[in-house]
Ligand binder design. Structure first.
Ligand SMILES: Cc1cc2nc3c(=O)[nH]c(=O)nc-3n(C[C@H](O)[C@H](O)[C@H](O)COP(=O)(O)OP(=O)(O)OC[C@H]3O[C@@H](n4cnc5c(N)ncnc54)[C@H](O)[C@@H]3O)c2cc1C
Length: 412
């Protein structure tokens, strides 16, 4: 008989896992701390390895209808000089698109699908997991309801998909401590804007020491003028930071000076930033890869297993890949401990490599190279600073590490 799984957390990883388990004929229920899945967060990117899995789950069209499929990734220095353009998604020859999407839209599509396929009671909100205990016959998930009362649930297995501040991870790895600050603070927002550079570009500009900017559209046609909802992120090297809280309000005065003269003929950066109705602030944090994730009938998935600095567009995508691997292992072996061990053998080394690459050589390492080689000055010819081969090597090196190179996804 197939096991019954308690999924802890209804974020991107937990909801995808519920859909994957359902598709594999495995029963599950999702327990989420917040009383209601509301529209929180800003932009997220799904690379073709993740959209392949989500398309297999039958969500490709619905996701594409609420997202933007960028065609190129474009790099500039802080003087607005063009460094490099790389085709991405279908424009680069992938069979699946890259999708830039509001996190809330992605979560809503997943939650709707879970409730439609698994039933209304498959997602239990307002139930915070405190700990999970296991014995030879199953697990006991101890939960606190939003109003403070306690309850417990029995299942055959539990998966901690409870994000960067995971209670399940803290229980399994009490020695690990809180997430580690990378030295870079981040402010984010969304602004309604006319399409920038044609409206299908993922833009990276500047460098962390003197201010870095990432801009990409996440919703099409938000008004009659054909404007888009544009996600922007600024990152600055600074010791100043607060604890990670996805909803912490930021203040424009704390960072706008850094971008005051970023007025290019293709984008007025201060105007874009000031156009956001709300600004969120959070530190770039991650954690060293764990030596093991779970034990017996309990394991971890997504940010709970491998929090990473968001510099390679891989946080959500790796959670999606975890979910499909875990469901495949459980379908292949209904012995939970064997399946979870197989899942961890596959996914822990792969995701640990992405955590490390995001610290050192994500695609925006291109910006670091140009910053260092030019001494942070304008260049006359980019070819004299960095060759096209070097640029391609940085990009393909990261793609191979993160598992979404064209070659890897073209395999039969
Ligand atoms: C509110 C919020 C806003 C975010 N905004 C962005 C963003 O703007 N851009 C971006 O790139 N990434 C954002 N992320 C992170 C991003 O969604 C994840 O990095 C990525 O999708 C991996 O997904 P995950 O399922 O592992 O974690 P998450 O998507 O973080 O989901 C974890 C879920 O577990 C729930 N949870 C936490 N603790 C418990 C508990 N003890 N018991 C039960 N449930 C629990 C959380 O409420 C959440 O729903 C956000 C995450 C959250 C929770």
């Amino acid at each position: 008989m197939s096991p019954r799984v308690a999924v802890i957390g209804a974020g991107i990883g937990g909801l995808t896992l519920a859909l994957e388990l359902h598709a594999a004929g495995i029963e599950c229920q999702v327990f989420e701390a917040v009383p209601e899945l509301s529209a929180v967060g800003v932009g997220i990117n799904l690379l073709p390895h993740a959209t392949r899995e989500l398309s297999r789950l039958g969500l490709g069209e619905e996701l594409a209808s609420v997202a933007v499929a960028p065609r190129e990734s474009v790099y500039f220095n802080r003087f607005g000089q063009h460094i490099h353009t790389e085709r991405i998604g279908r424009a680069a020859g992938y069979d699946w698109p890259q999708l830039s999407i509001h996190r809330a839209d992605l979560q809503a599509v997943l939650a709707r699908a879970v409730r439609a396929r698994l039933g209304e009671h498959s997602v239990v909100t307002g139930h915070r997991c405190e700990r999970v205990d296991q014995d030879e016959r199953g697990v006991t998930v101890r939960l606190t309801r939003a109003e403070g009362s306690r309850t417990r649930v029995r299942a055959d297995a539990a998966v901690g998909c409870d994000g960067i501040h995971s209670a399940v991870r803290r229980q399994l790895h009490p020695e690990q401590g809180p997430p580690v600050y990378s030295g870079h603070n981040m402010w984010r927002g969304v602004t309604v804007s006319p399409p920038i550079l044609g409206g299908a570009s993922m833009i990276r500009a500047g460098w962390l020491a003197t201010g870095k900017l990432v801009v990409y559209p996440i919703r099409e046609q938000v008004d009659d003028a054909g404007r888009q909802l544009v996600n922007w992120v600024v990152e600055i090297e600074t010791p100043r930071h607060a604890d990670r809280d996805w909803n912490r309000a930021g203040r424009v005065e704390d960072f706008i000076d850094v971008f005051a003269d970023w007025r290019f003929d293709w984008l007025d950066v201060p105007a874009l930033i000031r156009g956001a109705p709300e600004i969120l602030e959070y530190p770039m944090v991650d954690q060293d890869p764990l030596p093991w994730w779970g034990t017996g009938r309990v394991t971890l998935l997504g940010d709970a297993a491998h929090p990473m600095v968001p510099r390679g567009s891989n946080g959500a995508g790796q959670a999606v890949l975890d979910a499909s691997a875990l469901a495949a292992e459980l379908a292949a072996s209904h012995d939970v401990a064997t399946a979870f061990a197989g899942y961890e053998r596959l996914r822990r080394p792969a995701t640990s490599a992405v955590v490390r690459a995001n610290r050192t050589n994500p695609p925006d390492a291109i910006l670091r190279e140009v910053y260092q080689r030019t001494g942070d000055r304008p260049f006359a010819r980019i070819e004299d600073v960095i060759s096209t081969e070097e640029l391609d090597d940085i990009i393909t090196g990261y793609q191979e590490t993160a598992g979404y190179s064209l070659a890897a996804l073209s395999d039969p």
